[in-house]
Design a protein around this ligand. Structure first.
Ligand SMILES: C[S@@+](CC[C@H](N)C(=O)[O-])C[C@H]1O[C@@H](n2cnc3c(N)ncnc32)[C@H](O)[C@@H]1O
Length: 208
């Protein structure tokens, strides 16, 4: 558990209601040294519209026995929704506090997650489990520097029959990402930017 003051939020994701704890004040988690080292910012500690949109999208799917990994999970609503739908889920983030709180929030909602502290620039733990049936990522394209590593990583994570769901609120990096992703992937919109404030994209290996 993180040793910060937390509050409970009850979030409606589709037909599910998830009760999660999150830091009361994410700005209080700013760490100057971590920022200077990795430009690390505590974005994991907020409930982003993309996380809610992606959780709503996966929560309605029959995922019994499916193997799922989430990248940059933050509070991990999509991972928890996937586990509630029957999947075996590995939730990953480079923030140790994020994955600790994700595991604890999963238990609060009656499911278990496997977790890994993992930077997508050094993704050995995520690669060990590949191929995955489903890869999830919500709001991970807010920095242009992440476009290239994610374009390189994703094709290593799924094979024919697998899919990737990415939720994005219109970040600058997303435009470049989806333009370049068209080389390797068939990209479609799962459901459009509605009141949820984010679009969920479905990527399947090109040619499938
Ligand atoms: C904007 S937040 C979104 C969090 C969550 N997916 C959501 O939508 O609520 C971006 C997340 O990506 C994580 N992240 C950023 N860079 C990362 C990296 N290089 N490797 C792994 N996780 C990273 C952050 O810690 C944070 O949890």
């Amino acid at each position: 558990m993180v040793s910060v003051s937390v509050v409970e939020a009850v979030v409606s994701v589709g037909e599910l209601e998830l009760a999660v704890l999150l830091p009361r004040d994410s700005e209080a988690l700013l760490d100057e040294h971590a920022f200077q080292r990795d430009e690390f910012l505590p974005y994991w500690a907020e409930l982003w519209p993309s996380g809610v949109a992606l959780a709503s999208a996966v929560g309605t799917r029959p995922l019994d026995g499916h193997r799922v990994v989430e990248l940059g999970c933050g509070l991990a609503l999509p991972s928890i929704a996937a586990a509630r739908a029957g999947a075996r889920v590995l939730a990953t983030d480079w923030s140790p506090a994020a994955v600790a709180l994700a595991a604890s929030n999963a238990r609060r909602n009656g499911v278990r997650l496997s977790t890994a502290i993992c930077d997508w620039n050094a993704p050995s733990q995520i690669l060990e489990g590949a191929p995955w049936d489903l890869v999830l990522a919500a709001d991970v394209l807010y920095e242009r520097r992440d476009v290239a590593p994610l374009l390189e990583l994703l094709p290593k994570l799924v094979t024919d029959g697998g899919e990737v769901l990415i939720a994005d609120p219109g970040r600058p990096g997303a435009k470049e990402f989806f333009a370049r992703a068209a080389n390797d992937w068939t990209v479609s919109t799962l459901f459009g930017a509605t009141g949820a404030g984010a679009t969920v994209y479905r990527l399947t290996p090109a040619g499938c």
